[in-house]
Design a protein around this ligand. Sequence first.
Ligand code: HEM
Length: 88
Amino acid sequence: MPPISAADTAGASDLAPKRLTLNAEVIACGLPGTLMPGWAKGAYVERPCFGETGGVPEGLRVVGAYDDQQLADLIAYINSTFRKNFQE
Ligand code: HEM
């Protein structure tokens, strides 16, 4: 993922969230090529990640702690607790 550029925040408060929804797939599946691990049970194996179930990409850590309901609860918690401008 590219670094934040001036274009991402142009015209908006620097403190405004860049998007209204967290990327649930990134939380579930992690970001291959980065330290961001996947949190979904069975990610890349039983649960498709980015459309594939071909196995965990090399170097990516899958924590595999959460089922779908727990991931939804985690995202709701982050949004309501840390993202003051978030609207459901
Ligand atoms: C439950 C705990 C976590 C949640 C909910 C979470 C959530 C996220 C989300 C939503 C993003 C993407 C932000 C965007 O859309 O740009 C992200 C990125 C990232 N996370 Fe996590 N994260 C967690 C734990 C971790 C841990 C434990 C690590 C490191 C050991 C980590 C490392 C990273 C990194 C390095 C990125 C940026 C990847 C990149 O774009 O280069 N995260 N995380």
